[in-house]
Design a protein around this ligand. Structure first.
Ligand code: HEM
Ligand SMILES: Nc1nc2c(c(=O)[nH]1)N[C@H]1C(S)=C(S)[C@@H](COP(=O)(O)O)O[C@H]1N2
Ligand SMILES: [Mo]
Length: 368
């Protein structure tokens, strides 16, 4: 069905603004996530506010999902321009049109790969993070070029009286109606996903892969003890936590000995990179107290898990995290002994750490 909505500059410009805002939010929060997980040498990820990563990554995933209808609507509106002949009338226009390849291809890749990732689906041979990260830079570069190239024409099209009236489409959509449809679909997707991190919306979270209150002890498990192959070692009475590396005296603690140390409580979220989060009350030993007992000389610590292999079997605590009073090796959650799938005998939990760094089944603190 051809209508004059297809190719309409004002509709394309309005959708462009919405997409620009969504992609900018995703880009900023995505780069934040990258800095939190792979900090360059000049950067130290802070421990406060304790819920910062929960908010940035929650926004990233919800806004990314909400961008999908906007992008589809935009592609529908401008589609005929892609197949127009001749494709360009000047060198400048040809250059501008070439940037549409990384813009559209990159945009669709980010939405598709992000969606696959939060659903635990990795149908590609390369690293999701690496690809998603670099494609984000390329896409945002192309988007910036596109905004500059279209600035004048878009301003003109959006000016009151700047665009001629159009006939409604065969289905009866006016400009306003079509924009309402796209923005409405976008808002609806956000509403049906946000409950994976916004407690009061949980019951609406039908599109979220995880419900934050569903799982053993009332919150999700991302990898079970069986999947991590630690069911035997985690329950072994011979279990010991080792504190070694750059220390004055190596120390070893059984779970009972850890239990006998001063216990500290903190309410902290698990904020998964996949966007779900759940806040819980944790109880355990402060990492800084254990380091003091070992006479630790270093400030950074590599946390090792009983889990032998896999990207999440170790994580690093930076100097702010090792000294923060709320960085704990938790023995309990919400007044109960940690469930095996949540990291029994002990797990790391610290303020403002991405979920992937909240190492479960901790066996060793290696002072660096
Ligand atoms: C449906 C849409 C999207 C979803 C569901 C999504 C999901 C995700 C997830 C789950 C991560 C964490 C990956 C990890 O650390 O394991 C991530 C990271 C990231 N995302 Fe997205 N994303 C989406 C769209 C976008 C868009 C539109 C952009 C940029 C304009 C973007 C830029 C980034 C960046 C820069 C990172 C950091 C990658 C890194 O840690 O190296 N994402 N995204
Ligand atoms: N050893 C180990 N620790 C781990 C993981 C893992 O796979 N192995 N997954 C991490 C991720 S991605 C998240 S989101 C949190 C989830 O903790 P939970 O399963 O107790 O909710 O644990 C983290 N700790
Ligand atoms: Mo996670």
């Amino acid at each position: 069905v051809r209508s004059r909505l297809r190719g309409d500059e004002r509709t394309a410009a309005s959708l462009g603004i919405a997409i620009g805002v969504a992609f900018a939010l995703c880009f900023i929060t995505g780069v934040v996530s990258h800095l939190a997980q792979s900090p360059p040498s000049w950067f130290t990820w802070p421990t406060r506010p304790a819920g910062l990563y929960r908010v940035t990554q929650g926004v990233h995933v919800v806004v990314g999902i909400a961008a999908i209808p906007l992008v589809l609507a935009k592609l529908w509106v401008v589609f005929l321009k892609f197949v127009r002949w001749p494709p360009a009338r000047s060198v400048a226009e040809a250059l501008e049109r070439v940037t549409l390849v990384p813009l559209v291809g990159g945009g669709l890749f980010l939405l598709g790969s992000g969606l696959a990732n939060i659903n635990g689906w990795y149908p590609w041979p390369f690293s999701f993070r690496l690809a998603h990260y670099w494609v984000a830079w390329i896409t945002v570069g192309a988007l910036t070029t596109h905004v500059i190239a279209k600035w004048v024409a878009a301003r003109e099209a959006l000016r009151p009286g700047g665009a001629a009236p159009i006939a409604p489409t065969a289905e009866g959509w006016s400009r306003r109606g079509f924009l309402g449809l796209a923005l409405g679909a976008s808002g609806l997707l956000a509403l049906l996903t946000a409950g994976q991190t916004v407690g009061p919306l949980e019951r609406l979270a039908v599109l979220a892969p995880r419900r934050p209150s569903v799982g053993p002890q009332g919150f999700p498990v991302n990898r079970t003890a069986a999947e991590a192959a630690v069911r035997r070692t985690a329950r072994d009475p011979g279990y010991r936590l080792t504190v070694d590396g750059n220390v004055a005296s190596e120390r070893r603690f059984s779970r009972a000995e850890l239990q006998a140390q001063p216990q500290h409580e903190a309410v902290l979220p698990i904020a998964c990179v996949e966007g779900w989060s759940a806040s819980r009350r944790w109880r355990g030993v402060r990492v800084r107290d254990l380091l003091a007992l070992a006479g630790a000389a270093g400030t950074e610590v590599r946390v090792h898990s009983l889990q032998r292999a896999g990207a999440f079997s170790t994580s690093v605590l930076n100097r702010w995290q090792t000294t923060d009073p709320d960085t704990l090796l938790a023995l309990e959650v919400d007044g109960e002994v940690l469930h095996l799938d949540h990291g029994y005998p002990i797990r790391l939990i610290g303020p403002n750490r991405p979920g992937v760094h909240q190492t479960k089944w901790v066996s060793r603190l290696e002072v660096l």
